[in-house]
Design a protein around this ligand. Structure first.
Ligand code: PBG
Length: 331
């Protein structure tokens, strides 16, 4: 730049001091935008999950302790995933409907302890309960049958609502399940039950650590590509989301999240309903392993969360929720 000539605009000026950077930030991190997914099992001791460093399958006691920690950190809700005893898994996943099953017991324990101070979310899908690891029931050829699966999912959703769950989150990707679940919830008197639909759920390799956590990895025969979405598709996500909203979903979710921020952005721009994103187990494991090895600093976690909110996510399900909320407090 020649002497005596100055740039008309210096964008660095607003980056020059911390108070300015804070004041003009387009997005602020708030624990209210976080949801903690947790794994529970029916044992009296919690057990670390090797594929997800820092995450354990929780005993009921530790589940309640974790719920209390969420409240302290201002995290509004928790999503419970049951690791079912293999002896209870069957081809039709009937254990999902057991009013005293692990998921239902966990929901009840949380609601009894915390009432409406802590929101409780539970997945609607059969994969934790089926001996073959699929989200629905199979025909003779091993393909997932849509309508028969929906009938079971409807009963599972009602059973979770009876246990007191605030939000049911169908993660199965069967066609027509949101409408069927909504009308069954209404008929059963649960008109306040919120449906968070996994609207754009991709057939992703990034769920592998989750399947280890649930013990469904070894069981899974084949893959989930006949019902979960093809990672090649973006416009199809809009069709899925539009249908789920028309059928009565209150909120829609994109999953995985970090790799699919373009989808988060698309849905957030097109629909008024809240769009949530799930930073899934494989995304967590990648980041955590990189941090544990020293390759990345732990502040990388908050950067990923900012990216979700910048893309338009209203809330993020993340296994990093507790440590992130602690870090946000110190900002
Ligand atoms: C079950 C379900 C899965 C996840 C959430 N619900 C796995 C799958 O669809 O195979 C994945 C979450 C994660 O990887 O953290 N339908």
């Amino acid at each position: 730049m020649a002497e005596g000539q100055y740039p008309a605009v210096r964008l660095r000026r607003l980056r020059s001091q911390a108070f300015l950077r804070r004041q003009v930030a387009e997005h602020r991190l708030d624990p209210a935008g976080l949801i903690l997914p947790v794994f529970v099992h029916g044992h009296s001791e919690s057990e670390p999950i090797p594929a997800m460093p820092g995450v354990s399958r929780l005993s009921t006691e530790d589940l309640l302790r974790t719920g209390a920690r969420c409240l302290e950190l201002n995290i509004p809700s928790i999503a419970v995933f049951p690791a079912i005893d293999p002896a209870l898994k069957t081809p039709d996943g009937r254990e999902a409907l057991n009013p005293d099953g692990l998921a239902q017991r966990s929901v009840r324990a949380l609601k009894t302890e915390f009432g409406d101070r802590l929101g409780v979310i539970a997945d609607v899908a059969l994969d934790p309960y089926t001996s073959h690891g699929h989200d629905g029931v199979l025909d003779e050829a091993g393909r997932v049958r849509n309508d028969e699966s929906v009938a079971l999912l409807v009963d599972q959703a009602v059973s979770l609502a009876e246990a007191g769950v605030d939000v049911v989150a169908p993660s199965d990707m069967m066609d027509g399940r949101i409408g069927a679940i909504r009308s069954a919830l209404e008929s059963a008197g649960h008109s306040d039950a919120v449906i968070l639909s996994y609207a754009a759920k991709y057939a992703s390799s990034f769920y592998a650590p989750f399947r280890h956590a649930l013990g469904s990895a070894g069981a899974l025969r084949g893959d989930k590509r006949t019902y979960q979405m093809d990672p090649a598709n973006a416009r199809e996500a809009e069709r899925e989301a539009a249908l789920d909203l028309a059928e009565g979903a209150d909120m829609i979710m994109v999953k995985p999240g970090m790799m699919y921020l373009d989808i988060v952005r698309r849905l957030a721009e097109r629909f008024e309903a809240p769009v949530l994103a799930y930073q899934v187990s494989g995304e967590y494991a990648m980041l955590k392993n990189a941090i544990n090895s020293g390759a990345l600093g732990s502040e990388a976690v908050l950067e990923t969360l900012r990216a979700f909110f910048r893309a338009g996510a209203r809330a993020v399900l993340t296994y990093h929720a507790l440590e992130a909320a602690e870090a946000i407090r110190k900002l």
